[in-house]
Structure formats: C-alpha cells, structure tokens
Design a protein around this ligand. Structure first.
Ligand SMILES: [Zn+2]
Length: 268
C-alpha cells in the first residue's frame, strides 16, 4: 500500500464546506499520477488501482454509524480517496489507529508484501503484533477478497485478479528494461505504463532490484516521495516520519520500541 503524506490543505483550512469539495485537492496532494508534465490517472488510497470514475472522498473515521465521528465529516486530515470496493467493505466499522496500518501515517509499503498470485500479506519480518495489525488492515478493506463482477456492478472486479494481471504487465516491462535500460524511451514507456495501470506496490516489487526505476515510480505519484518512507535508492526507510503528527502514526518495527509515537495507550 503506497504510503503518502497529506500535508496541509491547499486552501489553508482544515475544514471544508462539503467533503466532496475536497476531492481535487486530495488528488493533487497524494493521488495524482504524473509523467512528462501530464496528469494521467488517480488511484484508490488502499487498493492502489486506477479509478476512472467514482473515486470517492473516503472518511478514515466513518462519518456516521455506531462508530461514527460526525465531527470529522468535513475535516481534511480525516480524508483519503477510495474505490467503491474498499469503501463499501470498510463501511462504518470501528477504526482503532493502534490496530491498523494506514498510508497517511504508517509505512504501509514496508508493512505488506505483494506476490505474483495477487495476494497481499504481512511482511515476514514483522513482529507478531505488527502482523496482526497488517492482517486487521487487509480484513478491514477486504483487499484479498474475491469479488466478482455482476451485470449490475461491473466495477466490482476482483482486486486480486487485477493485481495478477498488472504483475504480468510489470514483468513484461521488466524484460524490456533489462534489454534496453540505457534507452530513455524504454524507461519513459515503463513509467507511463505504471502510472496508467496503477498498483504502485506491484511495480515496486517486480522492479525491486532496480533503484533507478523505483525512484521514477516513487516520483511519478504525488505524495509518495513526500511520505518520507523511501530513501534515494527507492528502499524503505522503516518508519513513516508522520510529520503531520496523525494519531497512532509512525509505528516502528523494532519489537522493543514500536510503541514510540503511538499515542494510544494501555493496548498490549
Ligand atoms: Zn480500493
């Protein structure tokens, strides 16, 4: 899951008149795929797929329901962007920041591993507590759920099968890179392909041994470099710096010190 930094609202105000009116600012700050000075696509903050229509302003803390926080309905720092599947699976469930990894406050690229069979799993090196957090996040969003299209809901394509497809496209691109890595047009075409297809983490995984390409991918989607989660080789810096000081953010992975920066207490 691509980590981001939301930063301050471009309007200078933390509150919007309607949450829908924040959408273009949110896309600009952390979801716009750019290449060669062109905006090409926007993505779901959770499943990373490109969203052509119905990209929705997502309330991290639900705005209504039993676990709702209506006071955060119009609040910039409570917004992400999500697709219909992630949005409907997450619904109005309770959000406990200490129990989850979220892309605006945790290094969600480090937390998960993507595999060629389309699955997402907690990274092997995580502690058992952090694996539980990663699994909670996958379950909250249904990221490994099998969802099939029906005639009434064609957008509800299985996110796992989409990842398998993109993995194949990324492997073809990797072959092109290996045979033509000195040719600028080859790199240009690969970045265009990544931006146009989405699934940032799949591309980062397939190109794991190639820092040059990982850096191009990181710089191609707004908010990713700004997250502070990657070094200049495109490798993970283990903890999200959480410069926006979001609740429960900046969890670190060392078993002995992972409580640092987690403001919730009395949880283990
Ligand atoms: Zn999604």
């Amino acid at each position: 899951m691509r980590p981001i930094r939301r930063g301050l609202s471009p309007t200078g105000n933390e509150t919007y008149s309607t949450y829908q009116s924040a959408k273009s600012d949110l896309i600009y700050k952390f979801s716009s795929g750019w290449h060669n000075e062109r905006h090409i696509a926007s993505y779901c903050s959770y499943c990373e797929r490109k969203i052509v229509t119905n990209l929705a302003v997502e309330h991290i803390q639900p705005k209504d329901g039993y676990f709702g926080h209506p006071e955060l309905e119009l609040t910039w720092s409570n917004f992400l962007l999500s697709c219909v599947n992630c949005n409907s699976t997450k619904g109005a469930k309770e959000i406990l920041f200490y129990n989850l990894f979220l892309p605006d406050r945790d290094n969600t690229f480090y937390a998960f591993e993507y595999t060629a069979d389309g699955m997402i799993k907690p990274r092997d090196t995580l502690s058992s507590t952090n694996k539980a957090r990663a699994n909670n996040t996958l379950k909250l969003l249904g990221l490994n759920k099998e969802t099939y299209a029906t005639k009434d809901n064609l957008i509800a394509l299985n996110r796992r099968s989409q990842r398998i497809n993109i993995w194949g496209i990324a492997e073809i691109a990797l072959e092109d890179y290996k045979s033509g890595f000195t040719v600028p047009a080859v790199k240009n075409q690969i970045v265009t392909n990544m931006v146009a297809n989405g699934f940032f983490s799949v591309w980062m995984t397939v190109f794991d041994k190639y820092p040059e390409m990982k850096n191009l991918f990181i710089d191609a989607i707004h908010g990713t470099r700004e997250s502070g989660c990657f070094d200049n080789q495109g490798n993970c810096i283990v903890s999200h710096p959480n410069e926006d000081q979001l609740d429960g953010g900046g969890k670190i992975w060392d078993n002995n010190t992972f409580l640092k920066n987690v403001r919730d207490f009395d949880i283990f």
